[in-house]
Design a protein around this ligand. Structure first.
Ligand SMILES: Nc1ncnc2c1ncn2[C@@H]1O[C@H](COP(=O)(O)OP(=O)(O)OP(=O)(O)O)[C@@H](O)[C@H]1O
Length: 236
């Protein structure tokens, strides 16, 4: 479970897109389970990696259940429609993501946080072992954030899923991500265990804001405390 952190424009989304083979590489190569990503078909990639994109999802008023079912696309056999197995996977994904009551609602009529829940459910329906989350819970209330990150952590622990989560919420990352990678200007600035890299020095260098780092009274993990005025005079 990896947290991918860094300022606006530092390259987090670009890196997720690169991991999915959606952008050409300037150099090097990316392998998923030993296979060069650019030698896999779109279908093969989608069976391995699911993305919860930043943003609000489809602009058309599809019912939420239909959007979730779209996650089954890489599993469809040519010229065949969705099977009962696909419908069951979509229902289970909606249950797990806590959006089953929204099934019949047009996604364009949902709130921002509700829509994000539907996109999470779509990625779960995809049943890919690599889950790429791009600010997937940013519009959700704290109850939903904790509920979904508990789910991702359980998928990571019990089901062997790899989760790469782009986050602006440093404390959510501190609570759930074993490894944290900080990007800055398109390069890795720090990469290590949460306790090693969530330090005032690293955070100030990456974001240009002063912080205090304390210890979480329950989990023992780092807690980042922000300071009003902390961004003043630090250069950004
Ligand atoms: N399609 C594109 N064409 C050209 N430049 C792009 C494109 N998409 C992103 N960029 C640029 O690449 C840089 C990295 O963008 P990216 O979306 O990866 O940042 P990010 O770290 O995800 O930022 P944020 O936290 O704001 O979501 C930015 O400077 C951005 O303007």
């Amino acid at each position: 479970m990896v947290g991918l952190l860094g300022p606006n424009g530092s390259g987090k989304t670009t890196l997720l897109h690169a991991l999915l083979g959606l952008v050409p590489l300037a150099g090097g190569e990316i392998r998923l389970w030993g296979r060069d990503i650019h030698r896999l078909t779109a279908r093969e990639r989608a069976r391995r990696a699911a993305l919860v994109p930043q943003g609000t999802g489809p602009a058309f008023p599809y019912p939420a259940a239909e959007v979730v079912l779209m996650g089954r696309y890489p599993h469809l056999r040519p010229w065949r429609g969705y099977t009962e197995r696909d419908a069951a996977a979509a229902r289970s994904a909606m249950d797990r993501a806590g959006v089953a009551p929204l099934a019949e609602r047009p996604v364009t009529e949902l709130s921002g946080g509700e829509r994000q829940g539907v996109l999470v459910a779509r990625s779960l329906a995809q049943e890919a072992p690599l889950l790429l989350l791009d600010e997937a819970v940013s519009a959700m209330d704290i109850h939903r954030k904790i509920e979904l990150f508990d789910l991702f952590a359980e998928m990571n622990r019990r089901e062997g899923a790899t989760v790469v989560a782009v986050l602006h919420d440093l404390n959510l990352a501190a609570l759930y991500c074993r490894r944290i990678v900080f990007l800055r200007h398109g390069r890795v600035h720090a990469d290590g265990a949460a306790g090693e890299v969530l330090t005032p020095g690293v955070i100030e260098a990456v974001y240009g804001t002063r912080v205090l780092v304390e210890t979480h009274p329950v989990t023992g993990r780092p807690v980042v405390c922000f300071i009003p005025g902390g961004s003043r005079g630090t250069g950004g």
